[in-house]
Design a protein around this ligand. Structure first.
Ligand SMILES: C[S@@+](CC[C@H](N)C(=O)[O-])C[C@H]1O[C@@H](n2cnc3c(N)ncnc32)[C@H](O)[C@@H]1O
Length: 313
């Protein structure tokens, strides 16, 4: 018990420190005038340079300072690179990074250096309060060897390799993400496995035919309401009769859950689209929810949930 309590305390301190550090860097980034009513009211980079983002403030038309720390641009093929981009360097618009990804999650998923830095077991364990293996097993238990599985966003940690192993070489594991930097990272992580196919695409439109299981793992809490609805409906359309639509994500913890105030702060400051999952059921984002048989399981005092809809045959 003592080591678990110790790790929980470490995790709490780590998460609150992250909140402080990221809020401080966001405050610095917010000094530029290029702000609009982006999703959630967050700072909004100028979208005339659709796929460019910077952690430090840069104004349109202003050459980026060579000392700027992290620079990201995504070209028309989705390639993301760090370099000395200027706004005028931005090339073809597709695929466009959504505002919420640029404004809220650049530090976590867009900046190539951070992708390498954060995709570590210790980081995943800290963020998920050591529940990462339990949640991964919960997802893996829903899959059958030899089946066809769609995962509409990359995930840090061991999930991809574990699900690939369960699906096996007779199946197909289609992993997609809206960013090339994440797809490259997944490819590096798992190497070449015959069952794995990676592709850059938006979860609102991703998918290729029907799947036995669609596994949406910790994506829904990161996207605004309109994306939640569009993603859920798109994923539902790709589930074959008898197949499963699975969400693993946050959920409202028990009222006296010791982590509740910390998670509340993390959501308030770092994850502005997450807290709605405390009051709204994931299945309610699916328009044709009645075409599925739903079940829900919660974990770790209610902080996490797995929701599975089995499409009626
Ligand atoms: C699944 S979520 C995070 C999961 C988990 N918190 C973790 O630690 O990995 C993060 C991924 O979602 C991707 N993503 C965000 N919005 C997306 C969208 N609309 N379509 C596809 N991928 C998206 C990001 O590029 C990022 O790689």
């Amino acid at each position: 018990m003592a080591p678990i309590r110790g790790f929980a305390a470490f995790s709490a301190v780590f998460q609150l420190s992250m909140v402080r550090a990221i809020r401080a860097s966001n405050a610095m980034a917010a000094v530029g005038p290029a702000r609009a009513s982006g999703a959630g009211g967050m700072a909004n980079a100028d979208r005339s340079a659709p796929c460019a983002a910077a952690v430090t403030p840069i104004r349109k038309g202003q050459a980026m300072n060579a000392s700027v720390d992290i620079r990201i641009k995504q070209d028309g093929m989705g390639a993301v690179s760090a370099g000395t981009a200027t706004w005028s360097d931005a090339v073809a618009p597709a695929p466009k990074l959504p505002d919420y990804l640029v404004d809220v999650y650049t530090w976590a998923y867009v900046a190539p250096r951070m992708v390498e830095l954060l995709d570590r077991e210790i980081v995943v364990a800290t963020i998920l309060w050591c529940q990462q293996n339990k949640l991964m097993r919960a997802a893996r238990d829903e899959l059958e060897p030899g089946s066809r599985v769609l995962q509409p966003a990359a995930v840090y940690g061991k999930l991809v390799s574990h699900l690939a192993a369960k699906i096996g070489s007779e199946g197909e594991y289609h992993v997609t993400d809206i960013q090339q930097v994440q797809i490259d990272h997944v490819n590096r992580k798992i190497g070449t496995l015959p069952q794995v196919r990676t592709e850059i695409s938006d979860a609102r439109t991703t998918g290729d035919g029907l799947y036995d299981t669609v596994c949406c793992y910790f994506l829904m809490h990161e996207v605004p309401e309109d994306y939640k609805r569009d993603i859920a409906n798109n994923l539902a359309r790709h589930v074959k009769p008898g197949g499963k639509l699975m969400f693993v994500d946050y959920h409202e913890p028990a009222f006296l859950h010791p982590m509740r105030p910390i998670i509340w702060l993390v959501f308030k400051w770092l994850e502005p689209f997450a807290k709605v999952l405390w009051r709204r059921e994931l299945k309610d984002y699916v328009d044709d929810a009645s075409e599925f048989e739903w079940r829900k399981e919660t974990f770790f005092g209610g902080l996490y949930q797995k929701v599975v809809g089995v499409r009626r045959g």
